[in-house]
Design a protein around this ligand. Structure first.
Ligand code: FAD
Length: 394
């Protein structure tokens, strides 16, 4: 096999590059990223500041694995007939097989174009670097990133107001009971909330709400979701549908081109989904690498997310259904997990909140139950004296 080329040197692309070597591939591997930095982890960007970048791998590791890491260059086109990619800066490169791992970017609603966003190391340096006691920060969006940013900004002493269009926080990702615990903690830490309110326009230093009310700020940051970077794939004629459409082996509509991580839309439990998840990006990268080398098994990992806000950690396994009822399991010291069952009685999701690692073990067991398709008895799920390990055995 000739050269394997990966576009996008984020979590997914880097893991795929190393996984190709771990799977025994000996030919050329080129990993191309448009950011100037050594590839780094994004999750710490909203959680701690100041902090040194957490590199996914040290510079020596790329050399040792003979991965040709190309930094600061943007791939601008894919010529599928000639099997070559072109660089925006000039030049091109042949590929035998290509992995698109271009990730996602922060999205902005019309009127919000002047708001800052937090996606890259450079964004974090600009945004968080200017926060200090007394500075006024307005965050648009009460999802994971907006709330992590709120907690970090409070630690830096800034005055923080979060504006959210939905009537409650984290509506897309966790059940109401969990969002309420997080909201109470943010309020206790001094964060102000304006919920159920749309934003009309944003300038660098002010925000106008739908009712015309204006709030002045030193900085306005939007955390209102992300859009998959699909333009390169779309221009090459690959199938797109809320992400680059792939099968269970991360193959696109072109058998020599794969796509994985935040940018792809993949099959999950008889449906399709697109995730913005650190662990999924890693797992996708490793799975896609094996598929590029001929692996045929379909990806089946259960989605798993986490968020850190102050000393609280939220963890979610599976994909919660906002309309489904929950079964609550209390773990002590205010920590609890909400389980949801699918119509066939199998475990659908588990969402937990608690201080530091309080929910980690049980969420891990719930994830394994979801993976195995276990139908747990609701009363046992609710009873903290019943070890979840016993339910895992079915
Ligand atoms: P990315 O990390 O976005 O990497 C894609 C790379 O490709 C980027 O460097 C991009 O610049 C580059 N690229 C794009 N187009 C081109 C091109 N044409 N040519 C060359 N390079 C290109 N997830 C969690 O599960 N838990 C968390 O707590 C969490 N916290 C987060 C906090 C922040 C602030 C952010 C931004 C994300 C967080 N995430 C979290 C999400 C997680 O980081 C992402 O899901 C993960 O980084 C996705 O990896 P990826 O490789 O698919 O994409």
């Amino acid at each position: 096999m000739g050269g394997l080329v990966i576009v996008g040197a984020g979590e997914c692309g880097v893991r795929a590059a190393f996984a190709l070597r771990e799977a025994g591939f000996d030919g050329p591997v080129t990993l191309i990223g448009d950011e100037p930095h050594l590839p780094y982890e994004r999750p710490p960007l909203s959680k701690t500041f100041p902090t040194a970048p957490k590199h996914i791998a040290g510079e020596d590791a790329y050399a040792a694995a003979r991965i040709d890491l190309v930094r600061g260059r943007r791939v601008s086109a894919i010529d599928r007939a000639k099997k070559r990619i072109a660089f925006a800066e000039g030049g091109d490169l042949a590929y035998e097989r290509l992995l698109i791992a271009t990730g996602s970017r922060a999205s902005l609603f019309p009127g919000m174009e002047k708001a800052r966003t937090l996606r890259t190391l450079s964004d974090a340096e600009t945004t968080l670097g200017s926060l200090a006691p007394g500075k006024k920060l307005v965050i648009v969006g009460g999802g994971f990133i907006g709330l992590e940013l709120a907690a970090t900004a409070r630690k830096l002493g800034a005055d923080v107001t979060v504006i959210e269009a939905a009537p409650r926080l984290m509506a897309r990702v966790v059940p109401t009971e969990i969002a309420s615990v997080a909201e109470a903690r943010h309020r206790a830490e001094g964060v102000a909330f304006i919920l159920g309110t749309q934003v009309r326009t944003v300038t660098e230093t002010s925000i106008m709400l739908a009712d015309g009310h204006v709030i002045e700020a030193d900085q306005v940051i939007a955390g209102v979701g992300a859009l998959p970077n699909t333009e390169l794939a779309a221009a090459a004629g690959l199938a797109i549908e809320n992400g680059i459409l792939v099968d269970g082996c991360f193959r696109t509509s072109d058998p020599d081109i794969f796509a994985a991580g935040d940018c792809c839309n993949f099959p999950y439990r008889e449906a399709r989904t697109r995730l913005e998840s650190w662990r999924a990006a890693q797992d996708h990268g490793k799975h896609a690498a094996r598929a590029i080398l001929g692996g045929e098994d379909a990806y089946q990992r259960v989605p798993w997310f986490w968020s850190d806000q102050y000393d609280l950690t939220l963890q979610v396994a599976g994909l919660p259904d906002p309309a489904a009822a929950s079964i609550r399991r209390d773990l002590g010291d205010g920590a609890f997990i909400l389980f949801q069952l699918a119509p066939d009685g199998s475990l659908l999701s588990a969402s937990g909140i608690g201080v530091e690692n309080a929910v980690a073990k049980d969420i891990r067991l719930a994830e394994m139950m979801i993976e195995k398709g276990i139908n747990p008895e609701p009363a046992k799920l609710a009873d903290p004296t019943v070890n979840l390990k016993s339910l895992l055995r079915g």
